[in-house]
Design a protein around this ligand. Structure first.
Ligand code: GLA
Length: 738
């Protein structure tokens, strides 16, 4: 065991060490903090006393090409920076040789001191108190401007066993004037000079998380979201590897993500010198933040790491990190329940009788959590009206929700409810009373999307009113699950807090969630934003699970799941079985495939189950029972993606339990022509000399094979010789050591 955080006083060198990687920086003669190195090297092999020899020369003009640990506009003007500050006056009186060129856009941060502690809070992704706090070492380096009393504290938290670093910044204005921030990154991370490829999500509504790989060339490649949710088109995460040198289980992979659910930007910058750096923070094109005297701002966290074990190795580190340190612990236990959601069964045709009927059918097939979706609140007969009026519609539920909830509880299920707290329809009592509560610019159009406008969470009274409505709902009803939705993009972002709305909105959402979770410890929240538009490490610190996409077509969904699982764990990935003829795509997919795909994460049922024949209901019941036998492996196990859909052929996942004695194999064929032979996919990380019994949902034994055989020769069975092109398109198999 080596120390995670080291400081060598003689060379003024910081070295952060994890089990299999290191990160180093150094304080130069005049207090400049510069990057020294970052790489996947076993800690034990890293000497501390000579790393300063590797410091990059200051070779491109004065300071410009230097690997500043946190570059600011002032030290660097010709390349991208992490921070731009505007000082309205000078720190000192004007000298005779100075003209009043104000304001001053020049910041030069220099080392003051440092401190090593344990487990500080990562900015906006702060714990709300339910996750176990497993202490980890934290380094805080304090920097100060050469003239202004402007302080930056750079934080580094190290998770040694997972090779993960978290960085965030705290800025403090101790001058006597307001300071405007025009750009603010949570961190800048330098990579060793190399030719890199970037893998990132490039999706849209209905195809979230679908990835592309692109080469990084000289210049800046931005990934960004200008919005108040995390976004469908892009997600704040990345995987970078030396060009052409990555496999599922081997090759160097640099990976990272940001814990923020709004306006974010990742900039991948390659200098003319081929030096590579990543700046990650708030999207700055419409952004400004003012720090008044003695005010501080702490950013969300930028999470990153490096491994030598390919794309799957990067994913596994992030998955374990999420489970261990980020996802809230549910009061209902570590496994997510099988959920029923009636959205696609009834849409806005809500009635008490139908909900009762659905609940009884759902309970009989093994559902554990019954969630009533949109349409339950006053006047909500279509998407045109009532958002904002979060009281139960008495024409549908004359005695409120209690009789329904009582029946759901009697049937042995928990009760959940859909809400969309950030929104308002103009046709609502809330809007009629407070038309000024929405984001807008005076005298300008208020663009509606889905007939709705966005509430101004920059206003304290708005946030308080929304909190109070949700608080009342929870106080009056036995609700232990909210599906928290957010269904539109932002336009006309005019707010009481002006440009600060971009992060204040997210702060408002986090704040309401944190307060509710604290007051109602049995509450779990699901994050949804028109499907998978709000998925990131910030929201996942509050929400136990996320709605991955509105697209429930299993043949599309596998692509989405492959991309999602690159960064986020299957244990928070909701996936539903819906109708045979899919409502989004119109494609018919048989029940086997729909279940095999939905069972890869947190299983939900979204079918109009009342309309199904008895035989089909029995199939649902049996498959749900099978899922319950394997879900501890799927939700909590270690994932190996053996093949990805976007490479053609099949998407093949293998989950392995912590003791390696159980595993789940899941294959879904996405593309197979007659004569196209799929390989026997070789399994990973089994115990070589253990004998595994292979069974299916019927508990039919498919054979006994040694772990060594399954890893060397692959998974036997009917995926070869074209069978999959005809009747069998997917398969889920349980492997258990005998
Ligand atoms: C969004 C969600 C759906 C459903 C509807 C209800 O589109 O993604 O799952 O909840 O809203 O209006």
């Amino acid at each position: 065991m080596v120390d995670a955080i080291n400081f060598d006083a003689r060379s003024r060198l910081f070295v952060l060490r994890t089990d299999r990687s290191f990160y180093a920086m150094r304080v130069l003669a005049h207090g400049e903090l510069v990057h020294v190195g970052f790489g996947a090297v076993a800690a034990a092999t890293m000497a501390l006393d000579n790393l300063d020899q590797y410091e990059e020369p200051n070779y491109v003009w004065e300071n410009q090409g230097r690997r500043w640990e946190y570059p600011t506009f002032g030290d660097v003007t010709t390349h991208d920076v992490a921070l731009t500050t505007v000082f309205p006056q000078t720190a000192t009186a004007l000298r005779d040789d100075e003209a009043a060129h104000l304001p001053v856009r020049d910041l030069r941060l220099r080392y003051v001191s440092h401190e090593i502690s344990t487990d500080d809070e990562p900015g906006l992704a702060a714990q709300h108190g339910r996750s176990p706090v497993l202490p980890r070492p934290v380094l805080c380096i304090t920097l100060r401007d050469i003239g202004y009393a402007f302080i930056a504290r750079l934080y580094y938290r190290v998770t040694p066993e997972l090779d993960i670093f978290e960085r965030w910044v705290e800025l403090e204005n101790t001058t006597d004037m307001p300071v405007t921030l025009e750009a603010l990154a949570f961190a800048t991370v330098h990579l060793p000079t190399d030719r890199y490829e970037l893998r990132r999500s490039a999706g849209a509504w209905g195809r979230e998380f679908v990835g592309v790989t692109q080469e990084l060339h000289q210049g800046v490649t931005p990934l960004r979201q200008r919005g108040l949710n995390t976004g469908h088109n892009a997600n704040p995460c990345f995987l970078i590897h030396p060009k052409g040198q990555i496999g599922p289980e081997n090759g160097t992979a640099y990976f990272g993500m940001m814990a923020f659910s709004g306006n974010w930007c990742l900039r991948f910058e390659v200098l003319p010198t081929d030096a590579v750096r990543i700046h990650g923070g708030y999207e700055d094109s419409h952004f400004a933040m003012t720090l008044n005297p003695s005010q501080t701002h702490r950013t969300p966290a930028f999470i990153f790491g490096v491994g030598e074990d390919g794309t799957n190795g990067a994913s596994r580190r992030l998955h374990t990190w999420m489970h261990r340190y980020v996802l809230p612990q549910s009061a209902h236990g570590p496994l997510r329940p099988v959920l029923y959601n009636g959205w696609e069964s009834v849409y806005f045709d809500m009635s008490m009788e139908k909900q009762l009927q659905l609940a009884r059918t759902a309970a009989a097939m093994g559902v554990e959590l019954f969630c009533v979706d949109d349409g339950w609140f006053s006047g909500r007969r279509s998407e045109r009206a009532a958002l904002g009026d979060w009281t139960v519609d008495r024409s549908i539920f004359p005695q409120g929700l209690t009789p329904l909830i009582t029946e759901v509880r009697r049937l042995g299920m928990r009760f959940g409810l859909w809400v969309e707290p950030e929104m308002v329809n103009p046709d609502s009592d809330l809007y009629r009373t407070h038309p000024d509560w929405v984001l807008h610019f005076p005298g300008r159009p208020r663009t509606q999307m889905r007939h709705q406008l966005i509430l101004d969470f920059g206003r304290r009274d708005v946030v308080e009113a929304i909190y109070a409505m949700l608080d009342t709902l929870l106080a009056e009803n036995d609700i232990t699950f909210f599906k928290w939705d957010m269904n539109r993009y932002v336009t006309e972002a005019g707010s009481a807090v002006e440009e600060e709305i971009w992060y204040r909105h997210v702060q408002g959402v986090y704040g309401i969630m944190d307060r509710l979770l604290k007051k109602y410890p049995r509450l779990d929240i699901q994050s949804c934003s028109g499907g998978g538009g709000r998925v990131d490490a910030g929201i996942l610190n509050r929400c136990v699970q996320v709605w991955t996409s509105d697209n429930t077509d299993a043949m599309d969904r596998v692509y989405i799941q492959d991309g999602f699982s690159l960064f986020y764990p299957p244990g928070c990935m909701e996936s539903w079985v819906t109708h045979e003829r899919n409502h989004q795509t119109g494609r018919a997919v048989d029940l086997e495939v729909r279940f095999d795909v939905a069972m890869r994460g947190v299983l939900g049922i979204g079918t109009n189950i009342d309309a199904l024949p008895a035989e089909e209901l029995e199939n649902y019941r049996r498959k749900i029972a099978f899922y319950k036998r394997i879900r501890h492996i799927i939700q909590g196990g270690e994932l190996h993606r053996l093949a990805e859909a976007q490479n053609g052929g099949a998407s093949v996942w293998q989950s392995v339990s912590a003791d390696r004695r159980e595993s789940v194999y899941s294959v879904v064929v996405v593309q197979a022509m007659q004569g196209h032979h799929l390989p026997f996919y070789r399994l990973r990380n089994l115990i070589p000399d253990a004998i595994y019994r292979l069974t299916d949902e019927w508990d039919h034994e498919l054979g006994n094979f040694s772990g060594g055989q399954l890893m060397a020769l692959g998974m036997p069975g009917d995926q070869r010789h074209g069978h999959f092109t005809c009747s069998v398109r997917s398969r889920t198999v349980l492997l258990a050591a005998v």
